[in-house]
Design a binder for this molecule. Structure first.
Ligand SMILES: *Cc1c(COP(=O)(O)O)cnc(C)c1O
Length: 354
């Protein structure tokens, strides 16, 4: 089988890393403080097997019971456990195409067929009539498209689906709406969150899910005895105790999102509306692959996904304003898009101030 291929993880300090949707800003200072406070003596002992204190904090943040919360070694572990908990050997797994490229790999590992739902040419969602599957990964906002699907449609789908719907909200902190109430209300819905994106803690590996108690209990039965370690539990608790810091970082990224969308559009790069920390774009003059490879040669990493639905697009993580400047300079110097001025002069009138 073909395993999951993660985005390149280069540690070259000269690289502008806009390929795996990490947060360019540091996590809360409370996280560093919490790390310094951990004693080596504590690591001699096993961690709390159910991450109880962390789950209590998550329950307080979302206003639910601690038994509605499960914590995983990254949300990827939660997703994998869902394929073991909620899919019979005769079942199937569904997701949007395109969406997170881990889902088909999880189905392959679980050895069940996939039932992908093709998104439209513009990447909107049209659920086929009578659609049914054991487990559906509903990514909202979707990745790699960045688009937020309408909540009424999500809600209707959850009502109609006899199987379990896992709403993967990895990017929801950058979005204008969420579906947490569906997880609170419905017996077949889980909402999955991660600390990897908005909380700037991709290296910590903490994700969680919220849903009906029987679904959560099923995940507990299957998990590794100590699936999150002592350090991760402490640091995640610190991060979730300083939501203000996370929200300030998100605000900054949203400001840069507006700016980057403008700079790309000025260059005729087609930009899909994003409610995430990345853009899904179609370059106007060179192929997406050449766009990606040319930037890569300039040590600017963006993500390219080969395949029939994705090969004309690249996904660009929204970094700092300085990283955005480097990206735009490279696009201009390598002539990977159109010159920004309609009048032909770089310093001439732009669309906005004509
Ligand atoms: C990043 C991402 C995840 C993975 O999150 P981890 O908590 O780092 O495992 C899950 N789903 C989607 C759609 C993502 O983009």
């Amino acid at each position: 089988m073909q395993g999951y291929v993660p985005g390149e993880q280069s540690r070259d300090p000269g690289i502008v890393k806009l390929n795996t949707n990490e947060n360019p800003y540091p996590p809360s200072p409370m996280v560093a403080k919490s790390l310094q406070a951990i004693s080596i003596e504590e690591l001699r002992l096993y961690p709390n097997p159910t991450a109880l204190k962390l789950r209590q904090r998550i329950a307080a943040v979302h206003g639910c019971d601690v038994d509605n919360v499960f914590v995983g070694n990254g949300s990827d572990e939660v997703l994998a456990l869902c394929t073991r908990a909620f899919v019979e050997d005769t079942g199937s797994i569904g997701f949007f195409n395109p969406s997170y490229s881990l889902y088909p790999v999880l189905a392959l590992i679980r050895d069940v067929p996939v039932r992908p739902v093709e998104l439209s040419a513009g990447f909107s969602w049209q659920m086929p009539r009578g659609y049914n599957t054991s487990l559906f990964f509903l990514t909202n906002p979707n990745a790699p498209t960045g688009m937020l699907h309408d909540k009424a449609t999500v809600s209707r789908f959850c009502r109609q689906m006899p199987g379990v719907v896992v709403i993967d909200e990895a990017y929801v902190d950058f979005a204008s709406a969420h579906c947490m109430d569906l997880a609170m209300k419905r017996s077949n819905v889980l909402v999955v969150r991660t600390l990897s994106k908005a909380y700037s803690l991709a290296g910590l590996r903490v994700g969680y899910t919220i849903g009906a108690k029987p679904l959560i209990a099923a995940l507990f039965k299957l998990k590794d005895s100590y699936n999150t370690d002592t350090i991760a539990q402490h640091l995640a608790l610190a991060a979730l105790s300083d939501l203000r810091h996370m929200r300030a970082n998100v605000r900054q990224i949203k400001n840069t999102r507006i700016r980057l969308a403008g700079l790309l559009a000025e260059r005729d790069v087609f930009v899909y509306p994003s409610e995430t920390n990345f853009f899904w774009v179609r370059p106007p003059v060179v192929s997406a692959r050449v766009f990606y490879e040319s930037l890569r040669n300039r040590l600017i990493m963006v993500r390219y996904f080969d395949g029939p639905r994705t090969r004309d697009f690249v996904r660009i993580t929204i970094g700092t304003d300085q990283q955005v400047d480097k990206l735009i300079n490279a696009i201009d110097e390598l002539e990977l898009a159109r010159a920004p001025s309609a009048c032909g002069s770089r310093t001439g009138n732009r669309k906005g101030n004509l």
